[in-house]
Structure formats: C-alpha cells, structure tokens
Design a protein around this ligand. Structure first.
Ligand code: FNR
Length: 182
C-alpha cells in the first residue's frame, strides 16, 4: 500500500544543500513511498491571533500535513538549532491545540551542514519538538550530512557515498513506516 510522505525542508535558500538532499531522497524513494515536498516559505510567522481566522497559506499547509501518512524533516542548523522557518511550520501545524495536524504520525529527521558536525544540534532540537507534536520519530539510522557542500555536484546530484547514506536511511524509513502504520 502506498504511503504519502511529506518532506519538509528547513532552508529557504535557492541553492540550499538541504534541498539537494531532499530532492535526492525523492528521486531514490521506493514506489510505495509517494514523497512530496511541502513548501514552508510562504507561511506568515505564527501569531495566536490568527487561530480564529487563519491566513490562507496556513489552511493549505495544514491540509497537506494532515493528508500525509508520515514526514521527513530535512534541516540545516542555524545557531545550533533548527531554522526559524522550520520551527514556524511545526508550530503552525499544532494550533489550535485540539487540531494538531501532526498527531500520531511517524517521522524522521535528516540534517545537513558544511560543518563537520552535520547539523547535529538542529537535528536533536527538532527531535525534541517532535515529542510534543506526538510525531513518532525514527531513532536510527541517524543521518548527519557533514561537509555537505562536497556531497553534491553542480547539478545537485549526490556523490556515490552520499547516495549510499540516503539509501540506507530510506531502507530504514520504509521498514519504520511499515511497522508504525500496521
Ligand atoms: C548558519 N550556519 C550554521 N551551520 C552549522 O553547522 N551550525 C550552526 O549553528 C550554524 N548557524 C548558522 C546561523 C545562520 C543564521 C545561518 C544563515 C547559517 C551555516 C549553515 O550550515 C549554512 O548556511 C548551510 O548552507 C545552510 O543549509 P542550506 O541553506 O544550504 O540548506
């Protein structure tokens, strides 16, 4: 049975290495995982005053997240945490509290950074937030794409080594999703 997986990218940058990683994942995905990137760049900053009459992009985003069977978060690290755009999207999906659109679905986190640490801080801050979203987060395989600018060529194609990491991740995620949605 096909599972719909929403892929959320924490960078808004045109040449984002995290977007390259997300695109590579979508290209490598097995047939039973229908992966779709859900954009977060046009979401106004969350404001509780909007709960009664949300801006249109909130409705579109919440509907797409609700319709997904699982999530993959691909995040850069900004000052040892996830970028504000990613946190904003996570927050928008949790309000109003009676209608947390993430609730109970399985997810996984990948981080990519030009640094040696591969966005470890962002990866784990995001995992912390997923607890409160009630997203069941895959523990392993962990993916920290370090020195990530060297992992993709000029056309955004992953190196063989990087493709190997992503393939291992996808194999684990496939099994994880199957177990969580039995
Ligand atoms: C960064 N960057 C960064 N990198 C890192 O490994 N740890 C960090 O704490 C930070 N902090 C940080 C803060 C801010 C405000 C910016 C703009 C950048 C560098 C970051 O890894 C780099 O810009 C990546 O290219 C971001 O990923 P994308 O946009 O290429 O996907």
């Amino acid at each position: 049975q096909t599972q719909r997986i929403a892929v959320i990218i924490g960078s808004l940058r045109r040449d984002s290495v995290n977007r390259k990683a997300a695109n590579a994942l979508v290209a490598l995905a097995p047939g039973h995982l229908a992966m779709e990137i859900v954009e977060i760049g046009d979401l106004p900053l969350y404001n509780q005053d909007y709960d009664e009459d949300p801006p249109a992009p909130y409705d579109v985003f919440r509907d797409r997240i609700r319709a997904a069977d699982g999530y993959i978060f691909v995040t850069p690290e900004h000052n040892r945490s996830m970028p504000a755009a990613m946190k904003n999207a996570l927050d928008i999906g949790t309000r109003p509290p009676t209608d947390n659109v993430w609730n109970g679905k399985p997810g996984a986190v990948i981080s990519a950074s030009p640094s040696m640490q591969g966005g470890f801080g962002a990866n784990h801050h995001l995992r912390q937030t997923l607890v409160n979203l009630n997203v069941v987060c895959m523990p392993k395989p962990e993916v920290y794409l370090s020195q990530a600018f060297d992992l993709f060529d000029d056309r955004g194609q992953p190196t063989e080594r990087c493709q190997g990491f992503l393939q291992t991740f996808l194999d684990g995620y496939s099994r994880w999703i199957a177990r969580q949605t039995d």
